[in-house]
Design a protein around this ligand. Structure first.
Ligand SMILES: [Zn+2]
Ligand SMILES: [Zn+2]
Length: 260
């Protein structure tokens, strides 16, 4: 039996056994644990258990790394953000009734082609929406109230990906990943797989490690170090807007004519 057929059998078992709302809620919790909490914990364990390897592969120097106390604080805020998003999801499902789900629970598992098309759409939609929300959060009139908190860690660690004000967590972290695929009507399994990938990507982007070139962690690490550069996730929107170089927003130095 091929993988698609095995997946179909497992999915048929799940949807004939559990209510749609229960499946959706379980999927949301599992995707956050598998996509973010576990990988972020592994990155933190590398810091602790393999300090020499860690120092060799950290993008920024050892003296710039956050203290143990700062990391503990970061993890607490991050887990709080996960908890309230899960609670919100539970309330929304409770109000609607667990016999319904918000995501597409089609009995047929999507084909590989549909899965790939939906993931590419999700990737591009997240890049565009995250870029503009993130740039808006850097606007001087609102930066201090919301996004300054995320920039507390100028040398990020994996958990710092979700160290954010609740408004930012919803607008910049959760909605750009979930909402475009929800609007497109992508299958629940696609949304879960895509969510796991994007959450891991956020953890890797903030891990401070250079040993994975995909995703290119250097881009977002530089954003934390220099602030006004690399607002997007994959570099596409920064390339289009020219915000991929430090100093893009400074007035160009006037060329001084020299006379012989
Ligand atoms: Zn960040
Ligand atoms: Zn920022």
């Amino acid at each position: 039996m091929d993988v698609h057929a095995q997946l179909q059998t497992a999915w048929t078992d799940i949807i004939t056994t559990y209510r749609p709302g229960t499946i959706e809620f379980t999927g949301i919790v599992l995707s956050q644990v598998v996509g973010f909490i576990l990988p972020a914990t592994v990155y933190m364990l590398i810091d602790t258990l393999f300090p020499k390897f860690s120092q060799r592969h950290k993008i920024q120097g050892a003296r710039r790394q956050p203290t143990r106390h700062q990391i503990q604080h970061c993890i607490k805020v991050c887990l709080f953000n996960h908890a309230w998003i899960v609670a919100l999801q539970f309330i929304l499902l409770y109000l609607r009734g667990f016999n319904h789900a918000y995501l597409n629970m089609e009995p047929t598992v999507p084909s590989l082609k549909t899965f790939i098309v939906d993931c590419i759409f999700g990737l591009l939609a997240r890049e565009v929406s995250f870029y503009y929300v993130h740039r808006a959060l850097h606007h001087p009139s609102i930066y201090a109230y919301i996004h300054k908190m995320h920039h507390k860690y100028t040398t990020p660690v994996a958990f710092a990906a979700e160290y954010a004000h609740p408004v930012e967590h919803l607008l910049a972290n959760v909605l750009p990943i979930m909402f475009p695929l929800y609007l497109k009507g992508a299958h629940f399994l696609t949304v879960m797989a895509f969510g796991v990938f994007e959450l891991w990507e956020a953890a890797a982007d903030h891990s401070g490690y250079d040993f994975l070139k995909l995703p290119p962690a250097e881009l977002h690490d530089l954003h934390h170090e220099k602030f006004r550069v690399n607002y997007g996730t994959i570099g596409l929107m920064d390339w289009i807007h020219g915000t991929d170089v430090v100093g893009w927003d400074r007035p160009k130095a006037k060329k001084v004519k020299t006379t012989e």
